[in-house]
Design a protein around this ligand. Structure first.
Ligand code: AMP
Length: 515
């Protein structure tokens, strides 16, 4: 008899809100409420002396003590430190994300008992560095991250599940092509997927890591702050607390504008007050370029998948920001189809992640898989080479973007001189031929090459890009049996010692083996 599987938990770690889902006894994904009784937890962290508060209370603190609050830290993933100093401290963004994950894990554990194994979602457009940082955040929060999956893929899985594609009896009779349009709080992602029965195949993916509902909030904030400045000759944007308060007002007004033709925004600064009324037309006009940016990204993804709007069966809307009527009408206009909002915009991603967690845990327990996912890489991966003529640093692409994953590719280098004992491989991600315009992921050194190698000896560097978008590098020196797996030294990553110290501090858990 097989053991019962540990609980399958999926976490949508969003820029502005996060959601946790689990699979119930019948294998149905359900959203868990947090300690405050809400399904959505604001991804906001308040550093209050020794105490760290995450969620609604931290969000409330934004209007009074903004300087102690970290919001939208997901946008800074991949950078060394969060963009603002908090109480004199520079926090790595993944540490702030770890506090959020720790709260989500703790709240879920209150209802389900201890949990460790989770699947966390990331925007499809996240690069390798951001994925690694997300995995590190999970580790510091005391979790074992079973997999990192793309948010649009997770949404498509939830959609497929809801449509009955995942039941043996409900296998779809013909492949369906779905464009997942995912506009969250801080990121925009588009993925073109083909659903063939129980197989979920990503065909192409594109996106923008710095475009989301937050940008729409900012436009409203500017309308209001400009009006305030005109009235009172004061710019409230110079004060962090006033900005924090205004942001909350604007986020509220934006939601109102999704339901009504106008919304009030109250600005308060230095004892002066102004009530600004914004109409939906005004809002639509002020954000036209943002909507257009998302449309353009959709077209690029369709082109990469060799499809047209007409080839799609559905356009699936996910992410809270797709509730804005301007998004629905744009999608309807360009695709000729009513946008499909049949999955719960805020919860679909977490549900898909829980289904994925269930699949992994079942497989670990020797049970058959009821669906499969095939991903593509969202950025080309290459190595830095020097152009012999111009001496410029070039990006030699090894794995082009939108290649189905997992994939293994090999590039052969040559040693430059006799008896060379080491080689340095610099890895970069991006589409430009110039290495300086790409993101440096890290380096790996191949040391201890066998002595006596003649110059120009081949050295094979093998990249293995896994389905979760993480990279492994192996090096092989032909004819010498010299084979090694090398560690990538990451540009902005935390060391194992730091990760362990943070893990202990944030989650109270001891270090474990982790790479
Ligand atoms: P997500 O990351 O998918 O939870 O999306 C969060 C974003 O959706 C935030 O920017 C919210 O302000 C936005 N959002 C949620 N509900 C609405 C709504 N009714 N109208 C407009 N934006 C919304």
């Amino acid at each position: 008899m097989t053991k019962p599987n540990p609980p399958a938990v999926g976490i949508d770690l969003g820029t502005t809100y996060s959601v946790v889902a689990r699979l119930d006894e019948r294998g149905q994904p359900t959203t868990l409420v947090n300690a405050e009784g809400d399904r959505l937890t604001p991804s906001v962290v308040l550093f209050d002396g020794q105490d760290v508060v995450v969620g609604k209370e931290a969000m409330k603190a934004m209007s009074v003590e903004a300087q102690r609050v970290a919001e939208c830290s997901k946008r800074d993933m991949g950078h060394r430190v969060y963009h603002r100093v908090i109480e004199g401290k520079k926090y790595p963004p993944e540490v702030i994300q770890a506090w959020i994950l720790n709260k989500l894990r703790g709240d879920a554990a209150q209802q389900m008992g201890p949990i460790e194994q989770v699947v966390v979602t990331v925007p499809a457009y996240f690069d390798e560095i951001r994925r690694k940082a997300t995995q590190d955040a999970g580790y510091m929060a005391g979790c074992e991250v079973l997999d990192i999956i793309n948010e649009p893929t997770a949404a498509a899985v939830a959609f497929g599940f809801q449509q009955g594609f995942l039941n043996a009896s409900g296998v779809a009779e013909k492949p369906r092509r779905v464009l997942v349009y995912d506009l969250g709080g801080g990121t925009f992602d588009v993925t073109v997927m083909e659903i063939r029965g129980t197989e979920f195949l990503a065909l192409a993916t594109d996106g923008d890591v710095a475009l989301g509902g937050y940008d729409w909030d900012q436009r409203l904030a500017n309308i209001a702050a400009d009006a305030f400045q005109k009235e009172h000759a004061l710019d409230l944007r110079e004060d962090a607390a006033a900005v924090g308060k205004l942001w909350r007002e604007c986020e509220d007004a934006k939601r109102t504008l999704s339901a009504r033709p106008k919304a009030p925004i109250v600005c308060e600064y230095r004892g002066k007050i102004l009530r600004v009324e914004v109409t939906r037309e005004q809002f639509d006009e002020a954000t036209l370029d943002l909507v257009d940016r998302t449309r353009f990204t959709c077209v690029q993804a369709l082109q990469a998948a060799n499809l047209n709007w007409a080839d799609l069966d559905r356009v699936l809307l996910v992410g809270g920001s797709t509730r804005m009527p301007m998004i629905r009408s744009m999608v309807q206009q360009v695709s000729g189809k009513a946008a499909d909002a049949s999955v719960a915009a805020d919860e679909a991603v977490a549900h898909g992640a829980a289904l994925r967690a269930g699949l992994i845990l079942a497989k670990r327990n020797g049970q058959p898989a009821n669906f499969s996912i095939r991903n593509v890489n969202s950025h080309s991966l290459g190595v830095v080479g020097i152009d012999p003529q111009t001496k410029r640093r070039r990006n030699g692409t090894v794995i082009p973007r939108n290649t189905p994953l997992p994939v293994t590719a090999t590039r052969v280098f040559q040693t430059a001189k006799d008896d060379q004992r080491s080689i340095l491989v610099q890895i970069c991600e991006g589409e430009s031929p110039s290495a300086d315009d790409c993101t440096a992921i890290g380096r790996c050194s191949v040391t201890n090459l066998p002595p006596g190698l003649p110059a120009k000896s081949p050295v094979e560097v093998n990249f293995h890009y896994k389905s979760d978008g993480r990279l492994k590098v192996r090096v092989h020196v032909p004819k010498t049996e010299h084979q090694m797996e090398t560690e990538i030294v990451r540009e902005n990553g935390l060391s194992k010692e730091h990760l362990d110290a943070w893990r202990q501090h944030i989650s109270g858990m001891e270090a474990t083996e982790y790479r």
